[in-house]
Design a protein around this ligand. Structure first.
Ligand SMILES: Cc1cc2nc3c(=O)[nH]c(=O)nc-3n(C[C@H](O)[C@H](O)[C@H](O)COP(=O)(O)O)c2cc1C
Length: 337
């Protein structure tokens, strides 16, 4: 069976009577449920007295699609946000040190956690095990303005911007960039080979990567997805599929950052995960379509199209659909240093 056990984390198992280190280790059960590009889960964690640290695992990087580790650090930011939401929920006061200096091969972030804060049940916490990337075709119902405003309001970082595109014409123009990116990426053998490395069957001992069911592929064909993607130029099929997905999505959302550096990527990840948790909370599903953002010249075109000065970092569609299935995670023991 694919490894879904980490999704069954239960709040009631928090070790209230145990040592601080065990309590902090428990928080990591929520961090590992974060999204990551290709479900690569490129993270490692350490726990030392009051501190939790999150490290990049470059052995899980994606050199073709993500040569500068931009998405790798966004993924770490997502895990960091889950960690902070969980820490807050269990009554820890936290302070984050991004890219702490003077530590060789150092962490992406170090989080000091002090117990004793009044436990605060932010509803985002309960969305952590319910949030999933939803790649289904969305229904035609638009998202109410009041809900869009709630999403806009959850931005905390001054250096990040959010644009939610709901107008049909502009959505279609953004969609055009997604299609162009599909054409470029899926015609590139190197891109397909890298993606194929992360495609997984629906059965067997799967702890990472993308099982076929994430793309609606049933069990028997999922055994051959990797071979299929590696060997065939499927650009046309992907473009047609994505065009329909965009046309049916009531909103396309873009996160921009002023700077394009490691700390910004971590903060983009935090913001994206907060949006995804809030969306889950208010009954909205979402799925990244980051293709144009992964190709610098198309990222520039996207910024021009939306009249923004910053660098687009995450592009995702939002809407309404049946719930998506959870996908595998590595057991926590595998990512603890
Ligand atoms: C930085 C980043 C980029 C992503 N880009 C895409 C994308 O372009 N297309 C896509 O279908 N999913 C994308 N995803 C979603 C991941 O594939 C997904 O998070 C991962 O498979 C884990 O699944 P889950 O989110 O359902 O837990 C991205 C996620 C992150 C964090």
């Amino acid at each position: 069976m694919v490894h879904l056990a980490p999704w069954n984390v239960a709040e009631s198992n928090f070790p209230h009577e145990s040592e601080l280190e065990q309590q902090l280790t428990f928080l990591l059960k929520y961090a590992i449920l974060a999204p990551s590009s290709h479900n690569s889960q490129p993270w490692k964690f350490s726990v030392e007295s009051n501190d939790l640290a999150i490290f990049p695992d470059f052995s899980r990087s994606l050199p073709v699609v993500d040569p500068y580790h931009r998405e790798l650090f966004i993924s770490l930011g997502c895990a960091l946000e889950n960690l902070l939401v969980a820490a807050d929920h269990f009554g820890f006061k936290t302070a984050v040190d991004y890219l702490p200096e003077g530590e060789e091969a150092g962490p992406a972030a170090r989080v000091s956690c002090k117990p004793g804060k009044e436990p605060f049940s932010r509803s985002l916490f309960h969305s952590i095990p319910r949030r999933h990337t939803n790649r289904l075709r969305y229904g035609p119902i638009s998202i109410e303005k009041e809900l869009l405003d709630q999403l806009i309001d959850c931005r905390r970082e001054n250096d990040l911007m959010l644009e939610i595109v709901v107008g049909q014409e502009l959505k279609s123009q953004v969609g055009e960039l997604i299609i162009q990116a599909d054409q470029k990426q899926f015609s590139n053998k190197g891109f397909r080979e890298e993606l194929a490395e992360w495609l997984r069957p629906n059965i067997g001992k799967v702890v990472d990567g993308l099982p076929g069911y994430t793309q609606g592929v049933s069990t028997l064909p999922s055994l051959f997805s990797s071979m299929f993607v590696r060997g065939l130029n499927i650009a046309k099929g992907q473009m047609n599929k994505d065009r329909k997905l965009v046309d049916n999505s009531p909103a396309l959302t873009v996160i921009f950052s002023k700077e394009n550096d490691t700390e910004s990527w971590l903060k983009v990840g935090q913001f994206y995960e907060r949006l995804a948790l809030l969306a889950t909370n208010i009954g909205i599903v979402q799925a990244p379509m980051n293709q144009p953002v992964e190709i610098p010249e198309l990222a520039d075109e996207l910024a021009d199209l939306l009249g923004r000065k910053g660098r687009p970092q995450m592009l995702f569609r939002m809407g309404h659909a049946k719930p998506a299935q959870p996908i595998p995670r590595r057991p926590l023991e595998e990512v603890l240093i």
